[in-house]
Ligand binder design. Structure first.
Ligand code: ATP
Ligand code: LTN
Length: 331
């Protein structure tokens, strides 16, 4: 079976864009693939962060992933810092990646721009990500478009490594969700919904209580005119709400449009809100159950770390052998 690996950072709350654009696909993939998913807490340390919050956010994100349907019996779900092989392989790959290629990374340029002080970790972020991927003999890496360059770097590093030390690492491929999976900001429907949005009302978090979801949808920016029609160019606000309705009810856009075409904007928004509240209800309920049983969550994450470590250790042993490091125990 082909192996997929993907990671998500425990920074900010999970919003509907993350869920519909990424996590839902991970849930479906665990049936068809040998799937490994990781909460990448070490990546979250590359920019200034709140020390008191990191562990809690890491745990919450893991619970959200489980509540969304990732089943620790059917995939491997673990926390990056629990498997030290990630940082060890990062060091070895640091000696294969070049400063020149890291300097070209768009995300580094964007995140470091205008900052007075930039951590070496932010510069090295893509090498840690390459280690995440290469440690598991990964075939496919489902990511958003913004991560294309990082997966490309992981490929280049694997190819260069294999060239220098002999065939050792599997060269991975990135896969992308369909473009239509972009959820837009409710207050600015030409921009994507994002954790770092300017307006908190533009982002629907998956754990928002029903009344908050309803309120955010009620205040969503609409377009001039009164017609409910799917037309992303002329009517980006209405089209985004129609997309959300279609995703929440599992219907196609055309059917959603036909169902809602006659309603005024107020009624239309009420129906979108009701559909989303129902759609997210099982996730909220499952999350509440998990939150009530912290020792079970810890147990699942420990099991995930053990499974991940078994795979990672074998790959790292291979890497240690070919790179000429002295074995600790004589063979
Ligand atoms: P930030 O605001 O810090 O850029 P983000 O909200 O964009 O964060 P990430 O943590 O970078 O989220 O992304 C996690 C996953 O969610 C990625 O695979 C990304 O492509 C996907 N994703 C994020 N925003 C959207 C969106 N609006 N629509 C669809 N998918 C999205
Ligand atoms: N950089 C990614 C998160 C990430 C990741 C990975 C994704 C870290 N390691 C390995 C895929 C594979 C992001 O910000 N979305």
């Amino acid at each position: 079976m082909r192996r997929v690996f993907s990671g998500i950072q425990p920074s900010g709350e999970m919003h509907l864009g993350n869920y519909l654009g990424a996590v839902r696909r991970w849930v479906a993939d665990q049936e068809r693939y040998d799937a490994i998913y990781c909460v990448v807490d070490l990546h979250a340390m590359t920019v200034p962060y709140d020390v008191a919050e990191l562990a809690g956010r890491t745990r919450e994100l893991a619970m959200l992933l489980m509540a969304a349907g990732l089943d620790p019996q059917r995939c491997v779900l673990f926390v990056q810092s629990h498997v030290p092989a990630h940082t060890e392989l990062t060091w070895i790959l640091n000696c294969v990646a070049t400063v020149g290629e890291l300097r070209r990374m768009t995300q580094f340029k964007e995140k470091s721009h205008g900052q007075e002080s930039v951590s070496a970790g932010l510069f090295d972020y893509p090498v840690l990500m390459a280690a995440d991927i290469l440690l598991y003999d990964t075939n496919e890496v489902p990511v958003g478009e913004d991560q294309r360059q990082h997966v490309e770097l992981a490929r280049d590093v694997a190819i260069r490594f294999n060239h220098r030390y002999g065939e050792t690492l599997v060269v991975p491929e990135a896969t992308f969700p369909p473009v239509a999976a972009r959820v837009k900001d409710l207050q600015d429907p030409r921009a994507k919904m994002s954790k770092s949005s300017e307006s908190p009302h533009g982002t629907l978090n998956v754990l928002d209580p029903p009344e908050v979801l309803t309120k955010k949808i009620r205040s969503a920016v609409t377009d001039s005119g009164t017609e409910v029609r799917h037309d992303p160019e002329e009517k980006p606000g209405i089209s985004n709400l129609l997309d959300l309705y279609a995703a929440a009810t599992g219907t196609g856009i055309e059917k959603a449009e036909a169902e809602l075409a006659g309603s005024g904007y107020g009624d239309f928004k009420r129906r979108v809100a009701d559909a989303l509240v129902e759609f997210l209800r099982p996730l909220r309920e499952r999350y509440a159950e998990l939150a009530g049983d912290p020792s079970e969550v810890s147990r699942q994450l420990e099991l995930g770390a053990v499974k991940a470590e078994t795979i990672a250790t074998a790959v790292l042993d291979r890497v240690r052998r070919v790179t000429g490091l002295l074995p600790r125990h004589p063979a």
